[in-house]
Design a protein around this ligand. Structure first.
Ligand code: C2O
Ligand code: CU
Length: 486
């Protein structure tokens, strides 16, 4: 008996149902392929070619900086530095006092790296050597409005400094305040594992530094774990809180009232006494407190085992106060020095999240104005522009937004105008469902990152740039130096 070949059975024309299924598959896969293809980030990408120009309602092209290269926008090339520091970056194991060994990165064999202290107006020169960090390193001066070429962003303002290589940074420390520095090459890994340090301009005799950093889930203050103690510098201390982590941290004082005397390097006008409240330190942000230290006080840092006690003897230890200082209303107003009503450009920076591809990888990715990295807006300005920006977050998570090279002043939050001291900031904590309006003067030509300082978020594409018309860069993301700023 002959059997018909089994194949013949399946060679019947496809059923209507099968056709629908095939059509549906194509309908899903074709655009999927398109979006996948579109999400690929070229291995060598000029930041200038990223996304699309957004002129914020201002004129498109001027010739103000025509022919200016980022590399020309350096600090003073001549002159003997007032502060000269050599920093050597290494991959190595180091000790977290109170906790144990950590495999990470050091500067001059320590993490955090050496404190850099300058007087206002000093010419600061930092020579960075990379001993053996395979990916290369850079240094970014977080919160210091340096000339663009000194900004330390791999692929935008310089190339990553490879093993055996060096790079010299020179800038004038024009603004007093509390700052920090960190690598801006593979920063989501290098910063967390130790490549950072403190920078103070115009230190005072009453300074107490409290730089908070979490290494592999271990929160430290000044690189040490647990209850740490420092001597009282006098009857009052200026506590310089620095949050070098990826998330916001509440800080407070047990045992005394305090004042918030500076935010992100700018003094608060007419600060008032705070009792029983915490203050939020944005990721990347700095808050200076003035604290009476005639008796021992404890600085609560996020509520874990790591705290800083100033002075001798027992210091009270309390839980995190429920209430928080609101910088929108804290202190007294004074002139801003700019007129936001006469803005030359108005931008929006809307942060969302959606399912899609990033460089071919499927996931839930951040969006900026509905677009995904690298197809994001390039905020275009001219020197001298007054700029307003509305930052709106509907992404479901908090984002600490950081614009390089400038300080912005907060105009409103959720439509409620700022009524306190001018709130100048470089690291702004934008919670889910919050909308901030900020303003600034475009007074520092260059190409500047404007990104989330939760560094893993930045690595996941929450990055865009502010670009002055006519300024160009020769540096590329990727390429031979392997530039990868986030
Ligand atoms: Cu603290 Cu883009 O940097
Ligand atoms: Cu973020």
């Amino acid at each position: 008996m002959h059997h018909r070949p089994a194949a013949a059975v399946t060679m019947r024309p496809p059923s209507r149902r099968a056709l629908i299924a095939i059509a549906a598959t194509v309908a899903i896969l074709a655009p999927l392929g398109f979006f996948w293809q579109r999400s690929l980030v070229p291995g060598d990408l000029s930041p200038m070619a990223m996304g699309y120009a957004d002129f914020g309602g201002g004129p498109a092209a001027t010739h103000a900086h025509h022919g200016t290269k980022v590399g020309d926008l350096t600090g003073p090339a001549a002159g003997t530095p007032d502060v000269a520091v050599d920093l050597v970056a290494r991959t190595e194991r180091f000790e977290i006092p109170g906790r144990g060994p950590m495999d990470g990165f050091t500067l001059n064999h320590t993490s955090p790296g050496p404190r850099i202290v300058a007087e206002q107006g000093d010419l600061v020169q930092v020579t960075l050597h990379n001993d053996n960090v395979a990916d290369g390193v850079t240094l970014h001066w977080h919160g210091v409005d340096v000339p663009n070429a000194e900004d330390g962003v791999a692929g935008v303002t310089q190339d990553a400094v490879g093993p055996g290589k060096s790079h010299v940074y020179r800038f004038v420390a024009e603004d007093a305040g509390t700052y920090w520095y960190h690598s801006h090459q593979v920063s989501h890994e290098q910063v967390q594992k130790g490549l950072y340090g403190v920078l103070v301009v115009k230190p005072t005799a009453s300074d107490v530094i409290a730089a908070v950093h979490t290494y592999d889930k271990v929160r430290t203050v000044n690189g040490e774990y647990g209850e740490r103690r420092v001597k009282a510098p006098g009857p009052t201390a200026r506590v310089r809180l620095i949050n070098t982590d990826n998330g916001p941290m509440a800080a407070w004082v047990d045992g005394a009232p305090y004042k918030v005397v500076a935010v992100d390097g700018t003094d608060v006008n007419a600060p008032t006494e705070v009792r029983g409240k915490a203050v939020l330190v944005t990721a990347g942000g700095r808050i200076d407190l003035e604290v009476p230290t005639t008796t021992a006080v404890r600085i609560g840092l996020g509520g874990g085992p790591t705290t800083l006690v100033i002075g001798d003897g027992d210091a009270p230890a309390g839980p995190e106060p429920r209430e928080r200082v609101d910088l929108l209303t804290y202190g007294s107003p004074k002139p801003l020095g700019l007129d936001p009503a006469k803005a030359d450009r108005v931008f929006r920076y809307d942060i969302g999240r959606r399912i899609g591809f990033l460089d071919g990888k499927p996931g839930m990715w951040w969006t900026i104005n509905g677009r995904q990295y690298p197809d994001v807006p390039m905020f275009m300005v001219d020197e001298g522009d007054v700029v307003r920006m509305r930052i709106r977050n509907t992404s479901g998570q908090v984002h600490p937004m950081h614009l390089h090279g400038h300080h912005v002043v907060v105009l409103s939050r959720d439509g409620k105008p700022a009524t306190g001291s001018p709130w100048w900031t470089d690291s702004l904590n934008v919670e889910d469902k919050e909308t901030y309006e900020v303003a600034f003067v475009a007074d520092n030509p260059g190409i500047w990152m404007d990104h989330c300082h939760n560094l893993p978020h930045a690595a996941q594409g929450l990055v865009t740039h502010l670009m002055y018309s006519g300024v160009t860069t020769d540096h590329h993301l990727g390429g031979a130096p392997g530039n990868q700023p986030e």
